[in-house]
Design a protein around this ligand. Structure first.
Ligand SMILES: Cc1cc2nc3c(=O)[nH]c(=O)nc-3n(C[C@H](O)[C@H](O)[C@H](O)COP(=O)(O)OP(=O)(O)OC[C@H]3O[C@@H](n4cnc5c(N)ncnc54)[C@H](O)[C@@H]3O)c2cc1C
Length: 390
């Protein structure tokens, strides 16, 4: 009988096929060369010094828009995309966020709702990481309730003129193109906004204590004039941005488990090496209970992610199921990180170890792409038939 792998006691690796495992290996190798040696310093400094180089590296790896077909995208399965998200977030949620926003929000919006010209203009460059994209939905006064958005687009002759502000926008100040959602006379529409447009600016948001290895910005739209063909022709109403968010949330279901795995492995290693009262702390029952519970929740989370990935590949995944996955996996990943932090004692608060970085990152992941409360209400509505949003 094969010996149990102490890093994968439930044998989860056996649930992936050869191609999925190959994606995991390639992304892990990329991250161990490009991200892991530097990410604690990026986090501490609150910046990624060569984000364009990183984007190009991720493009060459093939993970930008990897689940989209054509236009230079890799055309991989949803499960392969999920596996890549897990490995990226095992390094840092900020790097996974860069990839999610680029692929699942900006590129997906153009791929799903864009014109042929918009696709040809932007998707190949975004897939290669030669251009960076962002997605502007949230506003200073509007988060969970995007139907109340204030950013407006009005017609002026054939042109569109955009006015408003977006807040908490990942990749904003480094983006070449922004997909911006605005209220029009015909309802909410999406616009492809080159960031060198006059009247557009994207100041960085400072003082974050979470996702510090990720660019987060405000978008200021001050009379931004766009040609008639800047609108995404196929998206009308809130279903446009919501479909994009559903894509990104799916990646988070997997990604959160990557952060959890990294924290769990750090705690496991530390517990084996740290001696108190003459024994490794891993020999104490209380530590073992923590590690056992962490492995149980991690295993359940990965099983859930694989299940949802298989459903997405089969074309039967529903938004409510994605909400269940995001709600559960982010919550449990955060709990795993918090428990891991206690196992490391004082070292648990140090950036010398990945645990506190993952823990604080997950506080953002808990909130973005729909807060845990919003996903609870989505699941609540699915199981009771009553909407309790207002
Ligand atoms: C690091 C980071 C990156 C982000 N990147 C992007 C991005 O790229 N693009 C983008 O558009 N947005 C982005 N966001 C914004 C994110 O999606 C929003 O923060 C999120 O949707 C929540 O909105 P809010 O912060 O305005 O909170 P609010 O909506 O004001 O909610 C505050 C609290 O009230 C609760 N609440 C609200 N309504 C209800 C209700 N009906 N019932 C019960 N509880 C309720 C919420 O769950 C939450 O706990 C990012 C956020 C962060 C932190």
């Amino acid at each position: 009988m094969k010996a149990l792998d102490p890093r994968d006691p439930a044998g989860l690796a056996a649930l992936l096929d050869d191609e999925e495992r190959a994606v995991a290996t390639a992304v892990r190798q990329f991250c161990s060369e490009w991200v892991d040696p530097a990410v604690a310093e990026w986090f501490e400094r609150g910046e990624i010094p060569d984000i364009r180089g990183l984007a190009k590296g991720l493009g060459a790896l093939g993970v930008l828009g990897m689940h989209l077909e054509g236009y230079g995208c890799a055309g991989m399965s949803a499960t392969q995309y999920g596996v890549a998200c897990l490995e990226l977030e095992a390094s840092d949620s900020g790097v996974r966020s860069l990839v999610s926003v680029q692929g699942s929000l900006a590129m997906f919006a153009i791929h799903r709702w864009g014109s042929e010209e918009q696709k040809r203009e932007w998707l190949p460059r975004l897939a290669a990481g030669e251009a960076i994209g962002c997605f502007g939905l949230t506003e200073p006064d509007v988060g969970s309730d995007p139907g109340s958005m204030r950013t407006r687009a009005r017609r002026d002759g054939d042109d569109w003129v955009l006015d408003g502000r977006k807040m908490w926008i990942t990749n904003g100040s480094v983006a070449d193109v922004a997909v911006v959602w605005a209220r029009t006379e015909e309802g909410v529409r999406g616009f492809v906004v080159p960031t060198d447009s006059e009247g557009f600016s994207a100041p960085s948001i400072k003082h974050k204590l979470s996702l510090r290895a990720s660019v987060t910005s405000e978008l200021v739209l001050d009379g931004v004039r766009l040609p008639a063909d800047a609108v995404l022709p196929e998206a009308a109403g809130l279903s446009g941005p919501l479909a994009c968010l559903n894509e990104a949330r799916y990646g988070i279901v997997w990604g959160a488990m990557g952060a959890a795995r990294s924290a769990l492995h750090a705690a496991q290693t530390y517990a084996g090496e740290r001696t108190q009262f003459g024994r490794p702390i891993s020999a104490f029952q209380l530590t073992q209970q923590k590690l056992a519970d962490m492995y149980l929740e991690y295993t359940k989370g990965v099983l859930f992610a694989i299940h949802l990935g298989r459903r997405k590949d089969a074309g039967v995944l529903t938004p409510e199921q994605v909400s269940m996955g995001k709600l559960n996996n982010v919550r449990e990943a955060l709990e795993i990180c918090r428990t891991a932090r206690t196992i490391l004692g004082a070292n648990g608060i140090s950036l010398e170890f990945p645990v506190i970085r993952h823990m604080t990152n997950l506080e953002s992941v808990l909130t973005y792409e729909g807060t845990s409360e919003m996903h609870t209400l989505v699941v609540g509505q699915a199981v009771t038939g009553h909407a309790a949003f207002r």
